[in-house]
Design a protein around this ligand. Structure first.
Ligand SMILES: O=C(O)CCC(=O)C(=O)O
Length: 208
């Protein structure tokens, strides 16, 4: 666990519970110190095999408005929006981050990670829930942010007045768990004034 704790002791990192109904979100803003966040951002930008996927909607093909990559143990395939992801093998850096997250969440053993590269503020992910059947009933998803600060919006599916916005800082960790994916949608909206890129890692457990 020598990974990030020269700068910040593990005990000094705490989760803040976000106050919402029908699901759970926990936020740790200082999961990684700034230098580590910057090191991983640069490394992933150059070393991850980023893909430009396409989706078909109403008979038309569109480019996904961000680049993506899927890493993990072999055979844990994932399908979303008609895109089938076959994992590339874990890199040492992804495994190291997974290990630190699992230090805080000892009951989890994430078998895969979806990476998103938002090249600038025009890239986005639209309203959705991570509710694909292969994630199981109430998935725990651990989401690490690197690079530009972007807004993360959540809205309740049944009570539209229930909505939340979180600024995702580089080096922060968000845990989504419980019934969140049943009851809430989330998005990273376009923010056209942002010119820097952002990388997001969502560690997941695919059930075979
Ligand atoms: O970029 C983010 O923080 C969220 C990504 C996301 O919603 C997803 O991969 O399902």
């Amino acid at each position: 666990m020598e990974l990030f704790n020269q700068e910040i002791n593990l005990k000094e990192r705490v989760f803040e519970k976000i106050n919402l109904i029908d699901g759970e979100i926990w936020l740790m803003t200082n999961f990684m110190p700034a230098e580590k966040a910057s090191f991983y951002y640069n490394s992933f930008l150059s070393n991850i095999n980023w893909r430009q996927e396409e989706i078909k909607m109403y008979g038309k093909t569109h480019l996904v408005p961000r680049k993506t990559a899927w890493y993990g143990y072999p055979d844990f395939n994932y399908k979303y929006s008609g895109i089938i992801c076959n994992p590339e093998p874990w890199t040492k850096e992804l495994r190291d981050i997974k290990k630190v997250i699992e230090h805080f969440l000892p009951s989890e053993n994430f078998n895969s990670v979806l990476l998103n590269l938002y090249r600038d503020g025009s890239d986005k992910v639209s309203w959705h829930s991570d509710d694909e059947p292969e994630l199981g009933e109430n998935p725990t998803i651990a989401s690490v942010s690197l690079g530009a600060i972007r807004r993360f919006d959540l809205k309740h599916k049944d009570y539209p007045e229930q909505k939340i916005q979180i600024e995702l800082l580089p080096g922060s960790l968000v845990i989504m768990k419980g019934a969140l994916q049943h009851n809430w949608l989330h998005q990273i909206p376009a923010q056209k004034k942002i010119h820097e890129s952002r990388i997001n890692l969502t560690f997941r457990t695919i059930k075979l």
